[in-house]
Write a protein that binds this ligand. Sequence first.
Ligand code: 2AM
Ligand code: CA
Ligand code: CA
Ligand code: CA
Length: 267
Amino acid sequence: MHPMLNIAVRAARNAGNVIAKAYEQLEKVEVEQKGSNDFVTNVDKEAELAIINTIRKSYPDHCIVAEESGELAGSETDYQWVIDPLDGTSNFVRGIPHFAVSIALRVKGKTEQGVVFDPINNELFAATRGSGAQLNGYRIRTTNAKDLKGTLLATGFPFKQKHHSESYMAIFADLFTDVADMRRAGSAALDLAYVAAGRYDGFWELGLKPWDFAAGELIAKEAGAIVTDFAGNHEYLKSGNLVAGNPKVVKQILGKIRPHLTESISR
Ligand code: 2AM
Ligand code: CA
Ligand code: CA
Ligand code: CA
């Protein structure tokens, strides 16, 4: 295992321990409102500190971008860790066992290492660029679906950007007529990891933040997926709008999205 992936895994397991322990006593978790329909807990923050401390011990000069701490500068500006300590907080606080720790390392802007860890099901999805993707050490691959017929897609609702819901629902309706079914499980990081593992055939969501998808994107790609924005390009770091799946599935999803692109959702 690459030494930097090893540190990412160690950090993810440390955070996972914090989260799994807190999950046993949910009534003690302190929930704080961040924005409308948007919550953070003391557990998000403690898990994030566990990750930052683990990384800083080995790489004190690397830069870090984390959901709850923001940007932490370092003198090694080529190295940036992108962290979501708890992806799926709304599931976590409700006792729904579907959430994950997400950690990626970008080197000169390119994602080189990625880990998505589900501490309840003890599933560790990991990838190093160029070396394939693994689930608990076993190689994983995307499905080889050729069209949308019979597929299971994952998505996320624009819960924070409700002004997008009309376009979102129009795309949903068009896709829904062709696919077998759609899932909205509440963790974008796990959605991408599940695409990598062949559990979902594809995934699409808008308005994501870099920490939601940085690790899952690499894991999905290393499992044979492509990831694009809504226009089929690679501007999703800016737009936050992602489509993932094998190339044939992505092409068909994009075909369904294209007629609904507007000025506000253009790519
Ligand atoms: P979070 O739990 O780290 O905030 C994309 O759907 C992302 O938005 C999820 O990965 C999740 O990240 C967050 N999210 C999803 N549903 C949410 C909801 N109902 N309220 C707040 N955040 C949500
Ligand atoms: Ca959050
Ligand atoms: Ca998130
Ligand atoms: Ca989070």
